[in-house]
Design a protein around this ligand. Sequence first.
Ligand code: GLN
Length: 538
Amino acid sequence: METKYIFVTGGVVSSLGKGIISSSLACLLKARGYRVTIQKFDPYINIDPGTLNPYEHGECYVTVDGHEADLDLGHYERFTNVPTTRANNVTTGRIYQSVIDKERRGDYLGKTVQIVPHITDEIKRNVKFLGNTGNFDFVITEIGGTVGDIESLPFLESVRQLRWELGDNALCVHLTYVPYIRAAKELKTKPTQHSVKQLQQVGIQPDILVLRTEKDIPADMRRKIAQFCNVAPDAVTQSVDVNSIYKVPLKMHEQHLDEIVLRKMGIEPKGEPRMEHWVDFIKRMDDATETVTIGLVGKYVELQDAYKSINESLFQAATYADHKLNLVYIHSEKLTEENVDEKLRGMDGVIIAPGFGQRGIDGKFVALKYCREHDIPTFGICLGMQCMVIEFARNVLGLPEANSTEMNPNTPDNVIDLMEEQKSISNMGGTMRLGSYDCELQEGSKAAQAYGSTLVRERHRHRFEFNNEYRDRFEQAGMKCVGQNPATHLVEVVEIPEKRWFIGTQYHPEYSSTVPSPNPIFRSFVNAAIEYGRERKK
Ligand code: GLN
């Protein structure tokens, strides 16, 4: 079949969850047997979000091919189990960079280079790129930002042109907000009407509306919206707040979103989507009565989205273990020898978070010493793993000044250091070890047991590495390097086998954990935490 394009735009306010709606639709179409991918177009000028700090943009997600991407790509993967790549996230910066490169090469043959048609053509080329691979029946394109933003205009103009060119092979889903005014006890449709008008002004007529709301929107109100907005009444759907994002696909299916999309694109839907596995996951989530308590030690604990993929991985692991997840954020900057017992005593397991720079690092060492000495299940991820190594060097190997050269370039014991190849690079963007690499796990190690395999591939995002010159000393003292890159011998996984569960990974397993395929090492960690919780209660 010819590739179909679905555009998802948003109006009224940001944070409505376009990413979740796009993912839910993709999840349903995939469950009907279609090949689906989702891509995000972000209107900001940065080339990618890699250099944005988490205060600006939440977590930076990493694709298998090493692209630093918007965190919505994480949702796409968690809902569809289809890996994304660099092609799934394009920013205004990338579009302009490529147009300017072409201009410098003389590709425009002396023409004046303009937003229309040159920028819009470049956007259109990128929209169709994945579709043209022949690998997908549906390409869902989420347009970042809100209709009416200056920045998103070239994207909307491109959508307008594409809808015209693609005819029935394209449709537009518009997500808006229907606020509930408490004082008046009323839902208000005016912002939705205005945002659809704004979309119409740039020449786009939405085919389907998804109304985000706290309260159920009565049918007559939805009919009114349909009438005002030139949308078929059955194509005005709602997405009422639910207690888990993973319920959204089922909620949207109840309103036939997948069928409406298929019919509008000339496909008669057959049967039901195969959502048994998903339904089972939701049932486990709703039925769980026991709780597992995990402490996450990091410096961005006040930000909801900074550790998004870790939260979701833990949640998936807990759900598959029929437990509720109680995730306790522990601010690494505020953790000291004096309060560590009070803060960590009640934890069934502790995660030491990834990160960059010095801030909050001492709290991570305090936490790690406490966890190691009290034998609490502990999982260090990236910087968290590096901190495991440093803490062990300081307190077990007797190297009090051991450090990463990221924190102290002059440390006498550079147990974590730059790889030779990285030393000459000073440009910030894209200079890290990024994307998937092989890791060979030692037979019999806890990590190998967790994965049920001795060869795994996980994603990376870091500059610094375990310094192999110290390897023997660590191993002799009880911290084993149980995972390594087969080609370069870089250390990927450390563990202390004599502890309940004390493992650090240089890679980020959280990027590859999805609902259909939860990451085994998170499951193993959460299971160990549940076990430890039970032991303590006895
Ligand atoms: N700052 C460390 C490095 O660059 C760890 C990075 C991370 O935790 N993602 O190596």
